[in-house]
Design a protein around this ligand. Structure first.
Ligand code: GDP
Length: 720
């Protein structure tokens, strides 16, 4: 039968006709006139009504033929130079035999429309390359032009695979790209050379140090950051340390503020970052720079722990830096160490004085009391923490700060973290590059080289790098310039932006990479202390052996900028309970992709957190059998490889199923379907009894009689 074939009537929503010929375009086809071949067809002026009652009618073979003929005639009018092409009845019958009409009614209609397009398609296929090499990420548009296809063809194919993309979207997944190639008979090779070159290395600094020959490793000074509440004495402490250090060495040297400096102590050196406060610290962490080894939490002994102390503490804990507490202002009469000890103990930081692990030192930035002890403690930590680096390799490190200096151009203070940086080295920071012209220490003295944990001020930069940006030395100036240029142009920053984004998805991915017990980092803000405590306690009670809700910070008030920074740096989710966001943070949250959940009902908040914890668990993978097919014959296709001609014995086989190839009861292959064809067309599904062509990804060794078992992969949620 020819059921379901609908021709030339009004737009029919069911058939998708209205999409192919939008109303705005329809009238333009009218002037071509419709030859009165089929007077029973709805006349054009009946169009507005026909929308309400789309006409669907069955046609005979002859009518279809005429219909096609008529359409080709319309086309001929568009391009009057071409003579009318008459369609051979036999050819058309061939097409029906080939199954272009298909068994399914819907398909029969759908297939007919692209007749024109398909002819087109075949013409193009002749010149389409069968092998190309692309760099990823590649935009859909660029990939299509490489494959000599219309981007819409790729978009449509991706759509069928469930991926809704537009022309400018980037494809990053190798498999998706190669499958697309497969679908269009084009072998796509992924050119990773450029990608690797641009990325310079896949290894993190830590990996590089671990991979070094142990003989090359030396103990490096710890890098220390001072954090704490405003006016508790961070700046004063740093100044006192800096002055004491200057006095020890050369009297009269002018110390400059360059963002960091080295201090010598009898126990060894330490490197101090002298931009105090947690904003600078979290700003660097946001960019992926975990520079700080030790956080000195400065608490004025007369005031005790304050709001910003809490924030600083949360940041320090999240960064996994070691915490040393400086109980400052010990010269003041109101200084009360015991009070601070108690506050520390309440926050799981039991001080040594009370038998715990947290080192505390009483200091006074005014009298200088306790400062040598503090430095000694810090220097000793290098060995305790086994801080090591390899000075005999190319330098890598982070930008502490940068500015444009008169007569020098852009200059940056960088902290070398591994290797040794030398004058004349060429390096790349994110989008900028440099060839080190001069290198100075914090006292303004020229230095020729700087080893691990040494801050130096360098010039010879192409632009201003951001603080926290990583730098890495490359072969030569040309390489440095080229890499930064390509990064700049192509926004090839996959590694850079991949580090950021605290979205739940990436957290889940990250969590799945390892880690025996997964962590869901949370920041809680509530309207009053009581509800904050209640929520915290309830969340702590969610029991799970697999995931832990880790409350990084909690407090009363609106969701603030520092919460957002902490969330970004620690990949945490902010939970607002009966509270609001500060007005300016809203846009920041959107821009940075921070997850914020606002709740007014405690049970909803708990359920939400529970759902997020569940979401972090790996799903249990199960294979569900859906159909079975037997290989009846094999065909070689020059473009696609070997196709197994099969008959579906049981159930259905779908394009997105996976397949087990069974031979004599044994599995010889398992993998996804690359293409499912019915007669020459790609189909989504083939039902029991029907014949089809199956092409598997990465397998071609079919034998007649093989059984192909189709299965779906289903993911079951684990229990907490
Ligand atoms: P920051 O905001 O944490 O950097 O604090 P500052 O270093 O600016 O110090 C704030 C105020 O506390 C200044 O007036 C300092 O003089 C004073 N201060 C800092 N450390 C001490 C100390 O150890 N003893 C006394 N008495 N005052 C101090």
């Amino acid at each position: 039968t020819l059921g379901g074939f609908v021709m030339g009537s009004g737009p029919s929503p069911q058939s998708g006709g209205s999409q192919r010929y939008p109303d705005s375009r329809r009238p333009s086809s009218q002037p071509f006139g419709r030859p009165p071949l089929r007077p029973q067809a709805a006349p054009p002026q009946a169009k507005p009504d026909s929308r309400a009652a789309p006409e669907k009618k069955e046609f005979t073979n002859k009518e279809i033929e005429e219909g096609l003929f008529r359409r080709s005639k319309v086309k001929a009018k568009e391009t009057p130079a071409k003579p009318l092409r008459k369609i051979d009845t036999k050819e058309f019958e061939n097409r029906i035999r080939l199954g272009l009409r298909g068994d399914e009614e819907e398909d029969g209609w759908r297939k007919r429309r692209p007749t024109k397009g398909m002819r087109h398609h075949e013409e193009q296929e002749v010149v389409r390359p069968t092998k190309i090499s692309v760099r990823i990420p590649v935009s859909v548009k660029d990939l299509a032009s490489e494959m000599k296809l219309k981007a819409s063809q790729l978009v449509a194919k991706l759509f069928l695979q469930g991926k809704i993309l537009t022309l400018n979207d980037m494809l990053e997944d190798e498999i998706v790209i190669q499958l697309l190639g497969h679908d269009f008979g084009c072998e796509i090779e992924i050119d990773t050379k450029e990608e690797e070159r641009i990325r310079i290395t896949d290894k993190s600094m830590e990996d590089e140090i671990l991979a070094s020959d142990p003989k090359d490793l030396v103990i490096r000074p710890p890098v220390v950051t001072f954090m704490g509440h405003v006016d508790h004495g961070k700046t004063s402490l740093i100044d006192t340390i800096r002055k004491a250090n200057t006095a020890q060495h050369e009297v009269g040297a002018i110390t400059q503020h360059i963002g960091a400096f080295r201090v010598s102590t009898p126990q060894g050196d330490i490197a101090v970052l002298d931009t105090p406060g947690h904003e600078a610290f979290s700003h660097m962490r946001e960019r992926g720079a975990e520079v700080t080894d030790i956080v000195v939490l400065v608490i004025a002994g007369d005031e005790g722990i304050k709001m910003q102390t809490e924030e600083a503490l949360a940041q320090a804990l999240a960064s996994k830096a070691t915490i040393v507490v400086a109980l400052n202002k010990c010269d003041k009469p109101a200084f009360n160490a015991e009070n601070v000890y108690r506050q520390l103990a309440e926050r799981n930081l039991l001080p040594e004085a009370w038998g715990g692990q947290t080192i505390t030192v009483n200091t006074s930035a005014v009298t200088g009391e306790g400062i040598p002890e503090l430095l000694e403690m810090l220097a000793l930590q290098a060995e305790v923490l086994e801080l090591k680096a390899n000075p005999n390799c190319r330098a890598r490190g982070s930008v502490i700060e940068s500015e444009v200096e008169k007569g020098m151009g852009p200059v940056a203070t960088v902290l070398v973290q591994n290797g040794t940086l030398k004058v004349g080295d060429s390096l790349v920071f994110g989008f900028n590059w440099a060839k080190v012209k001069t290198m100075k220490d914090e006292k303004g003295r020229d230095v020729a080289q700087a080893g691990p944990s040494t801050p130096v001020r360098i010039n010879g930069l192409s632009g201003l790098p951001d603080s926290g940006e990583e730098f890495i030395v490359v072969k030569n100036e040309r390489e440095a310039r080229e890499i930064s240029q390509v990064r700049h142009e192509g926004k090839r920053t996959t590694t850079f932006h991949a580090k950021r984004r605290g979205s739940l998805e990436s957290m889940i991915e990250q969590a799945q990479e390892g880690a025996p017990k997964k962590m869901l980092n949370l920041i809680i803000r509530a309207d009053v202390q009581g509800s904050c405590e209640a929520l915290k306690n309830a969340l702590k009670k969610i029991e799970s052996k697999k995931v832990e809700a880790n409350i990084l910070s909690s407090g009363v008030g609106m969701i603030s900028e520092s919460d957002v920074q902490l969330a970004l740096a620690s990949k945490a989710i902010i939970i607002g309970f009966h509270t609001q966001m500060e007005s300016h943070v809203e846009s920041e949250i959107k821009e940075l992709g921070i997850q914020v959940r606002m709740h007014d009902i405690i049970y909803h908040a708990i359920d939400d957190v529970r759902a997020m914890m569940l979401g972090m668990l790996d799903k249990i993978v199960q294979e569900k059998d859906v159909g079975k097919a037997e290989v009846k014959a094999t065909f070689k296709s020059s473009q696609l490889g070997v196709i197994a001609g099969c008959q579906v014995l049981d159930g259905t086989v779908s394009r997105n199923n996976q397949m087990r190839v069974m031979r004599d009861g044994k599995q010889v292959h398992k993998g996804p379907i690359a293409s499912l064809k019915r007669n020459k067309d790609d189909v989504r599904e083939v039902a029991k009894g029907a014949e089809c062509g199956i092409l598997l990804q990465g397998f071609s060794d079919y034998q007649v009689g093989d059984i192909l078992e189709a299965f779906e992969i289903i993911y079951l949620t684990q229990e907490l």
